[in-house]
Design a protein around this ligand. Structure first.
Ligand code: TRP
Length: 330
């Protein structure tokens, strides 16, 4: 079985519908037929200042939501990055393999550091991609399911793996980016020309998995619609309605064309009520499951500890081979 690895940062109390449809849903699908490793990358979240209580809460909330959304501890290895110290060990080796100029060309680093300003941007932001390379190479992953914005980091990972292999002998599997389909690209429901995102959008435009059914119902009923009155998929003229059609279709499984027929002659109000119903009923059991998992913290920690233990044993084999090939005295 081919191995898959991906990571998600515990940077918010709740995932949103865009995270689920754009990434986690496909992680769930990849569990079948692959040996999947999914990592909550809490060390990566430290590249910006964090509040200790929030980091803890969000790490647990991320785990509970991943499980509630269908990541199964029987099928995949779900673990917390900081519980596997081998990530730091290999991270350092990767830093020593990376050119300063090469790291300076990472577009995510350039964007984030220029936003933060030279004085508040942390060194960890600069070395972030090398830690990410370690995340991937430790598990000898074949595929890395990520969004398009991560392509450059996966390319760097391949370069580093290839460089190490040719200098020190074959040690790492060269991973491939498995770019997640953007078919179900979900936009902000208040600002439907922008991607659904917690960092840029206002809360009213983001459908959160951990929100109460009542709150989500209200949000969707007040979603931004467009001029006209026909429920038609037309991204240029009707970005709001098109986005709601995409959301409905992704969750109900009905095609956009069927939905257009179903709502022919009905107004935006009826359509929004139907979308709200689909979203709320889809998320209701998921939220309930996540809440249940969070109420039994000991059990949740147990699942994570088991995942981390398995991850450590795989990761240690890679560290042994890496150190041996480097000439480290063992
Ligand atoms: N950088 C990724 C993101 O922001 C998160 C991440 C960290 C990751 N380590 C990884 C993704 C390893 C895939 C594989 O989305």
């Amino acid at each position: 079985m081919k191995r898959v690895l991906s990571g998600i940062q515990p940077t918010s109390d709740s995932f949103h519908l865009g995270n689920y449809l754009g990434a986690v849903k496909q992680w769930v699908e990849l569990q079948d037929g692959h040996d999947a490793f999914y990592c909550i990358v809490d060390l990566h979240a430290l590249t910006v200042e964090t509040d200790p209580a929030l980091l803890r809460k969000r790490t647990l909330a991320s785990a509970a939501q991943l499980l509630a959304l269908g990541i199964s501890p029987e099928k995949s290895t779900l673990f917390v990055q900081s519980q596997v110290p081998q990530h730091n060990q290999l991270g350092w080796i990767m830093e020593c393999m990376t050119g300063f100029g090469e790291a300076s060309r990472m577009t995510q680093f350039k964007d984030k550091s220029s936003k933060a300003g030279a004085d508040s941007a942390r060194v960890g932001l600069f070395t972030y991609p090398m830690l990410q390379a370690a995340d991937i190479l430790l598990y000898q992953a074949h595929y890395v399911p990520v969004g398009e914005d991560q392509r450059q980091h996966i390319e760097l990972t391949r370069d580093l793996a290839g460089r190490f292999n040719s200098r020190y002998g074959n040690t790492f599997q060269l991973p491939e980016a498995y770019i997640l389909k953007t078919a179900a690209k979900i936009n902000d429901i208040q600002e439907p020309t922008a991607k659904m995102s917690k960092s840029s959008g206002a809360v009213a435009g983001v459908i959160e998995i951990m929100d109460t059914p009542e709150a989500n119902l209200k949000k969707i009923k007040s979603a931004m619609t467009d001029a006209g009155r026909e429920v038609k998929y037309d991204v240029a003229e009707k970005p709001g309605i098109s986005n709601l059609l995409t959301i409905h279709s992704a969750l109900s499984g009905k095609s956009i064309a069927d939905l257009e027929n179903e709502f022919e002659g009905k107004g935006y109000g009826d359509f929004k009520s139907a979308v709200a119903e689909v979203v709320v009923e889809y998320l209701r059991p998921i939220r309930a499951k996540a809440v249940e998992l969070l109420e039994d913290e000991e059990h949740l920690l147990d699942i994570l500890h088991q995942g981390s233990e398995k991850a450590r044993s795989v990761a240690q084999q890679t560290i042994d081979a890496t150190y041996k090939n480097l000439g480290v005295v063992l």
